[in-house]
Design a protein around this ligand. Structure first.
Ligand code: GH3
Ligand code: MG
Length: 482
């Protein structure tokens, strides 16, 4: 697909194919996806596809943490950049929703639940737009609802270690809301069962006492699903020594530690270890050193987590500012209609040429002939289309070292560094011919466009003089034509 897309110059197909390679390499059995991600990043950047670039950066950050286990500066940077790229409310909803998902998973890997929740919410906001595209429209929505329910349980486990009752209650409320939203969504039956289990366990983590209900629900599960939830129910039992008895709670904690997959559910596993320590102290009838250490560890972990959330928010804010500044600079130096530089962009280019030590520069000044009547006869939108087309022709003629700008109105300029006057005249004639030979009929059947040009070449320090010379050459050509 990538090769075919490249052969036919279909950039969208190439990017979609590269994304497929990333997805495939990122499967557990896949090769290290790094090289494919780099290819996708380069391509998305070269094509200016910010949605795909955000998705690729989110993948790179996810791989750094999930596969290699390292949280590095680049991963932070990738996450902040991707989050800001996805902030404008336009773009391809499928790619954007997928990128929000991947960002959410990256944040989950780092226990930044607040941020993950925001990314899930952002994905949810575009789920309606995603539906018509996906083969199984409900799956996206269902996966989102499912994830939002399960995230609350992890988060609540971390809060339980801290004894934060208000925090846990908030997680339970959020989960109840997420479950209500999930009710009307069509999803696989096992997912419904998972949601039910997550709700029962979270309720027990919050201090609820429906242990029997949870046990019965566990027993009713098919075998592999039961294996996945068994440890959670042991954990729930260990959290209720007043109901099951201290010794039974302690052995439930041991079973929880033995059954919960620490890699798969680190926050739940950590709570089991913490609770085992709490029960050991209760059995010993004193605040053991282990308990003190466990409490200190939980506090420290939360402090670090909060610091990471704050740091990430600060990075996103500064990335947003940097972006706005870049955009302002772009707007200040560019003409929005043609995308070419404007007068200020031209001035800045000339200043950098003068500073660079270039000894000869040529100015090619273009002005569309009888442009005012084009507007009058064919309408202003047709006039705009003509200006854009001329801009495209100039852009296509920009070689390395050249610079094109629109001075405003129907006046354009091409600056050639280190070009002789004769070479510049040749380029000018060829561009004027290209303009005349355009198929203008697709803008209007009666439209014809011609452009006049004036050329001057000389010392870059005297650009103003050259500009006047080019202008009078242009004027003479216009007069001659009339
Ligand atoms: P000449 O052959 O002498 O160059 O005559 P002209 O009609 O091309 O020259 P003139 O400078 O009188 O007309 C330029 C016109 O360009 C006037 C203005 O309405 C139009 N114009 C300027 N900016 C825009 C724009 O952004 N879009 C459109 N559609 N027209 C524009
Ligand atoms: Mg004109």
């Amino acid at each position: 697909m990538v090769a075919e897309g490249e052969r036919r110059s279909w950039p969208d197909v190439v990017r979609a194919g590269l994304y497929g390679l990333v997805r495939h390499a990122a499967e557990p059995a896949g090769a290290e996806p790094g090289p494919q991600i780099e290819r996708l990043i380069d391509k998305a950047r070269a094509d200016g596809d910010l949605d795909m670039l955000a998705l690729a950066l989110a993948w790179r950050a996810w791989v750094a943490v999930a596969r290699r286990g390292d949280v590095d500066d680049r991963a932070d940077d990738d996450l902040a950049k991707a989050a800001v790229m996805l902030e404008p409310a336009e773009g391809d909803p499928v790619i954007r929703a997928t990128a929000h998902f991947r960002l959410a998973f990256s944040f989950l890997q780092r226990r930044l639940w607040e941020l993950a929740d925001e990314q899930f919410a952002a994905a949810e906001a575009m789920v309606d737009a995603v539906d018509p595209y996906t083969r199984d429209p409900l799956l996206h929505r269902a996966a989102l609802a499912y994830d939002r329910v399960l995230v609350q349980l992890d988060w609540a486990c971390a809060l339980r270690e801290l004894g934060d009752r208000h925090g846990i209650a908030a997680r339970r409320d959020a989960q109840i809301g997420a479950i209500a939203a999930a009710e009307s969504i069509d999803m696989p039956f096992e997912w419904r069962q998972d949601i039910k289990m997550a709700a029962l366990v979270l309720d027990l983590v919050a201090g609820g006492e429906r242990l029997e209900t949870a046990r019965a629900a566990l027993e009713a599960l098919p075998e592999d699903q039961r294996a996945a939830w068994e440890g959670f129910v042991h954990l729930a039992e260990s959290l209720h020594p007043d109901v099951v008895g201290l010794a039974a709670a302690a052995s439930a904690a041991d079973r929880a530690i033995a059954t919960i997959d620490a890699a798969e559910n680190p926050a739940v596993y950590d709570l089991a270890v913490h609770q085992a320590t709490v029960l050991e102290a209760a059995l010993a009838g004193k605040r053991t050193a282990g308990l003190r250490s466990a409490e200190a560890l939980a506090k420290q972990r939360e402090k670090g987590r909060q610091a990471s959330v704050a740091a990430m928010r600060a990075m996103v804010a500064s990335e947003r500012l940097r972006n706005e500044r870049d955009q302002l600079a772009r707007h200040a130096l560019h003409d929005p209609l043609t995308g070419l530089a404007n007068r200020r962009g031209f001035d800045r280019h000339v200043a950098s040429l003068q500073a660079s030590g270039v000894i000869q520069v040529a100015l090619l000044l273009f002005d569309i002939d009888h442009f005012k009547p084009v507007n009058d006869r064919f309408g202003h939108p047709a006039g705009d289309a003509v200006l854009r087309r001329v801009g495209d022709i100039l852009t296509a003629n920009v070689r390395s070292g050249d610079f094109a700008a629109r001075f405003g109105g129907d006046e354009f300029v091409l600056v050639l560094a280190n070009s002789s006057e004769a070479a510049a005249v040749k380029r000018a004639d060829s561009i004027a011919r290209e303009v005349a030979d355009q198929n203008w009929k697709d803008i209007d059947a009666d439209l014809e466009v011609a452009i006049s040009v004036g050329v001057a070449a000389g010392d870059p320090a005297k650009v103003e003089v050259l500009g006047r010379q080019a202008d009078s050459a242009l004027y003479q050509e216009k007069e001659a034509r009339r």
